[in-house]
Write a protein that binds this ligand. Sequence first.
Ligand SMILES: NC(=O)c1ccc[n+]([C@@H]2O[C@H](COP(=O)([O-])OP(=O)(O)OC[C@H]3O[C@@H](n4cnc5c(N)ncnc54)[C@H](OP(=O)(O)O)[C@@H]3O)[C@@H](O)[C@H]2O)c1
Length: 232
Amino acid sequence: MKIGILNAGNIGGRLARAWAAAGHDLVVAKDGEARKLGPLLEDLGDRARFGTIREAAAFGDVVLFSVYWPRVGAIVEAARDALDGKIVIETMNPLGVTADFNHVHDLAFMRDGSTSEDLQRRLPRARIVKAFNLLAAPALDAAAWAEVPAKPSIFFASDDAGAGDVTRRLIGDAGFKAVNAGPLQVARQLEQLGVLLHHIAEHEFAGEADLVRLAFTVVEAKPGPVMRERIA
Ligand SMILES: NC(=O)c1ccc[n+]([C@@H]2O[C@H](COP(=O)([O-])OP(=O)(O)OC[C@H]3O[C@@H](n4cnc5c(N)ncnc54)[C@H](OP(=O)(O)O)[C@@H]3O)[C@@H](O)[C@H]2O)c1
């Protein structure tokens, strides 16, 4: 598959490695200083080349849209119509960030909106999918799971069944279990779960969100018969 990586940062860089290893071809873009992509591109070898935001958007049949929420307008502007008709997997959480790199959840925005719905409005001809917004980036490294029998769930949500099917395959190629969470509006709950994850990390794991690794994994199991008795 041809995949454009719109911003090889913490998340995009890791997924680029996983998808290149699975045999996909990539054009990798960076929001910010492109020179920082040097080591990643060296590791990816023939499977990947550098591109601008617009070139990566134009290359991919699937485009990973993994940028900082405050940068969404600038990246959409840079990609323009190159995202028309594309499957766009977006990983954002509605976080503000201060100059000293503290993150702030935009709870007012989250009450009746999501980054996914916002992106769909900005890109009406793109096939938007929400995915990969819950695991902290270090937990996307395949090596983090080498010793663990259960694969963590990556939830996805989309109004486009075909785009969802492709995303399911790419989640599998990245080494995870894909779980369909429903239509795009469910992105609201997935983003709210992210807030819960941060609270849990603060109170139980000294703020290290990457340690809350299996917190939201859905496990398929077959319990014995469940009796539901009605008390008159
Ligand atoms: N990171 C996660 O664990 C995580 C998890 C789930 C969802 N997401 C979402 O996925 C999207 C992409 O996230 P990302 O983390 O992959 O973005 P990113 O591109 O790695 O980082 C975004 C911006 O923050 C800067 N930055 C990164 N780490 C920094 C640090 N330690 N100190 C100062 N500046 C730093 C980057 O600067 P440079 O240009 O210098 O790199 C870049 O300009 C976001 O919408 C995010 O909310 C992230």
